[in-house]
Design a protein around this ligand. Structure first.
Ligand code: GLN
Length: 546
C-alpha cells in the first residue's frame, strides 16, 4: 500500500516547504524507500507556463514537456527521479477538468460543487501518483493555511486519510518561529495560531517543522508539543542552513525521517539509513577553497529564482571541482555600458540563460561577442544559443542587421526564426517545442567530448530555431553546429573551434543537473572558468575561416 505525506505551511510563505519536502524525500530514499513527489498549487493559472518568471520564478520543464512550478526542480535534484507533468496540479487545472467533465455530462445532471466534485478531482490527482513501485508519495500544498484558495486542498487531503487509512497518511506542518530581538526570545504564538487554523480544517499535524534562524531549545519544543498536541520528538527544529544540500542532514539529526517512518509503519530496522553518499556532496561543497566568478547575463536578474536551475547547476559543477562559484547578476540591458569597465573583464565565465521577448536581447548579443573576442568561457542556454548565432551572423558572416525574428520582425536576415513542420520559415504562429528531444552530436566536437556520447536527450522550451537557410553561411564563418536533431534539420548545439569554451544549446540542460552528477556542459564551463581564473595562458582564438 502506497503511503502519503502531506506538507503544509503556516505563518508565512517562502519558508522552504519545497526544500523540506525534498529533503525528507531524499532521506526516505536513503533508507531504501521509493519516493515520488508532487505539488498542489492553489493559484488559478492552469500551469505556471504563462507566469512572469520575474515574479514567480523559473518555469521548470519535465521530461514529458510539463511546464511546472520551480519546486519540482528541487524535488528532482533531491530525490534524483525524473517527474512528469502529473506531479503538479493547480486550482486552474483542476477546475478545467471538472468543467470539462460537466460539459460532457459526466456528472449526470448533478449540481457540481467544490465538495465533492473539486475535492474528488484533487484526490484523484493525488491517488494517480500512487503507482505500484512507489512506497511513499510526498505532496506539498502550495500557499499558506489560512489562504482562501487553499481550503479545497486541505479538505481533499483531510478526506484522503479516511479513504486510504489513517496509518497510511502523515501530515507535516511547517511554521516559522521568529526571534524577537527586543525581548531576546523565540516566539511560538504564530506556530500555535497556524496549527489552530489547520485544525479548524480538520487536520491535526503529525509533526511540526519549525523554521528559525537559531536552533529551537528543548524547552520551546516542549511548549510547542504541549500546545499543538504533538509528541516532543515530532517537533523538528529546522535552523537556517548555509547550503540547501545540508538540509537533509539537519532534518535527519532532528529525527524527522525516523519519526515519519514510524507514523507510517515503515520498519526502521529494515530501512536503515546510509547517509554517506549525501554527506560526500556536503563535504565537497565545504572543501571548496578556490573561487571563480560567473556572470549571469539575463533579463530577470532581480529575482534569482527566475534562473533557479541554472544557479543550482553551477553549484553542482562547483561541488564537482571543489570550487566556490560566485555569481555576478548582470542585467543584459546594461551590458553595452559595461564594456569598458572591469565588471565583464573580471568574469571567469558567462552564462546567457533563456528568456522570451525583446528586452535585453541586444545586450546579450554584445555579451556573446565580448566573450567570444576575449576568450571568456561562455555558455548560452536556449535564447543564449540564439544570441550567439546572431553574433556570428552579424560580426563574422557579415550579415548586417541579422537578428531573431522574435526580436526584429523586419530584419533582413532572420537567422533565428519560427519553423513549420517542414522546417521552412513562417512568419506567425509556431507552437512551443516542449520536453525531451534527442540530438546527435558530431564526433570530435567539444560538445561530444563533454557528454562522452553521441546521442543525448535534453529538455526544450522554445518556439524559435536556427534558420536552416543560413546554416551554411554561418558554418563558413566559423560556427560549428556540433549537435543536431536526428533528422539533421534543427541545430541543437553550437561551438566555436579555437575558443576555450563558447558553447550554446537550444535546450535547457539546467533541468537535468544533479548535486551528485553535475551536467557535463556546466561541469566543463566551470572547468574552463577555473582555468581562466587560475591565470593559465588563455587559448587565443585562431579561427581558420577559409
Ligand atoms: N524566446 C526564445 C524562443 O522562443 C527562447 C526561449 C527560451 O530561452 N526558453 O525560441
Amino acid at each position: 500500500m502506497t503511503k502519503f505525506v502531506f506538507v503544509t505551511g503556516g505563518v508565512s510563505s517562502s519558508l522552504g516547504k519545497g526544500l523540506t519536502a525534498s529533503s525528507l524525500g531524499r532521506l526516505l530514499k536513503l533508507r531504501g524507500v521509493s519516493v515520488t513527489m508532487a505539488k498542489l498549487d492553489p493559484y488559478i493559472n492552469v500551469d505556471p507556463g504563462t507566469m512572469n518568471p520575474g515574479e514567480h520564478g523559473e518555469v521548470f520543464v519535465t521530461e514529458d514537456g510539463g511546464e511546472t512550478d520551480l519546486d519540482l526542480g528541487h524535488y528532482e535534484r533531491f530525490i534524483d527521479v525524473n517527474l512528469t507533468r502529473s506531479s503538479n496540479a493547480t486550482t486552474g487545472s483542476i477546475y478545467s477538468s471538472v468543467i470539462a467533465k460537466e460539459r460532457r455530462g459526466d456528472y449526470l445532471g448533478k449540481t457540481v460543487q467544490v465538495i465533492p466534485h473539486v475535492t474528488d478531482e484533487i484526490k484523484e490527482r493525488v491517488k494517480r501518483l500512487a503507482v505500484e513501485d512507489v512506497d511513499v508519495v510526498i505532496i506539498e500544498i502550495g500557499g499558506t493555511v489560512g489562504d482562501i484558495e487553499i481550503v479545497p486542498f486541505l479538505e481533499a487531503i483531510r478526506q484522503l486519510r479516511s479513504d486510504v487509512g489513517r496509518q497510511n497518511v502523515c501530515y507535516l506542518h511547517l511554521t516559522l518561529v521568529p526571534y524577537l530581538a527586543p525581548s531576546g526570545e523565540q516566539k511560538t504564538k504564530p506556530t500555535q495560531h497556524s496549527v489552530t487554523e489547520l485544525r479548524s480544517r480538520g487536520i491535526q499535524p503529525d509533526a511540526i517543522v519549525c523554521r528559525s534562524d537559531q536552533p529551537i531549545s528543548d524547552g520551546l519544543k516542549r511548549k510547542i508539543s504541549l500546545l499543538c498536541d504533538v509528541p516532543i520528538e515530532a517537533v523538528i527544529s529546522a535552523v537556517d542552513a548555509g547550503n540547501i544540500y545540508e538540509i537533509p542532514l539537519v532534518l535527519h539529526e532532528e529525527g524527522l525521517d525516523a519519526y515519519v517512518c514510524t507514523t507510517l509503519g515503515i520498519d526502521l530496522d529494515e530501512h536503515r539509513i546510509d547517509l554517506s553518499e549525501w554527506e560526500n556532496i556536503v563535504t565537497r561543497a565545504a572543501m571548496a577553497d578556490r573561487k571563480i566568478k560567473i556572470g549571469i547575463i539575463g533579463k530577470y536578474v532581480n529575482l534569482p529564482d527566475a534562473y533557479l536551475s541554472v544557479v543550482e547547476s553551477l553549484r553542482h559543477a562547483g561541488f564537482h571541482h571543489a570550487v566556490n562559484v560566485e555569481l555576478d547578476w548582470i542585467d543584459a540591458e546594461y551590458v553595452p555600458g559595461l564594456l569598458e569597465t572591469d565588471r565583464l573583464r573580471n568574469l571567469d565565465g558567462i552564462v546567457i540563460p533563456g528568456g522570451f521577448g525583446e528586452r535585453g536581447v541586444e545586450g546579450m548579443i554584445v555579451a556573446a561577442k565580448y566573450a567570444r573576442e576575449s576568450a571568456i568561457p561562455c555558455l548560452g542556454l536556449c535564447l543564449g544559443l540564439q544570441v550567439m548565432v546572431v553574433d556570428v551572423a552579424r560580426h563574422l558572416a557579415g550579415l548586417d542587421r541579422a537578428s531573431s525574428h522574435e526580436v526584429d520582425s523586419q530584419t533582413p536576415h532572420p537567422v533565428i526564426a519560427l519553423m513549420d513542420e517542414q522546417s521552412s520559415v513562417i512568419d506567425l504562429g509556431g507552437t512551443m517545442r516542449l520536453g525531451a528531444y534527442p540530438a546527435m552530436l558530431t564526433p570530435g566536437t567539444q560538445v561530444a567530448g563533454f557528454y562522452g556520447t553521441e546521442v543525448v536527450s535534453e529538455r526544450h522550451r522554445h518556439r524559435y530555431e536556427v534558420n536552416p537557410r543560413y546554416r551554411s553561411r554561418l558554418e563558413a564563418a566559423g560556427l560549428c553546429c556540433s549537435g543536431n536533431s536526428p533528422d539533421g534539420r534543427l541545430v541543437e548545439f553550437i561551438e566555436l573551434p579555437g575558443h576555450p569554451f563558447w558553447v550554446g544549446t537550444q535546450a535547457h540542460p539546467e533541468f537535468k543537473s544533479r548535486p551528485e552528477r553535475p551536467h557535463p556542459l556546466f561541469r566543463e564551463l566551470v572547468a574552463a572558468a577555473l582555468e581562466r581564473a587560475e591565470g593559465r595562458e588563455p587559448h587565443l582564438i585562431e579561427l581558420d575561416l577559409h
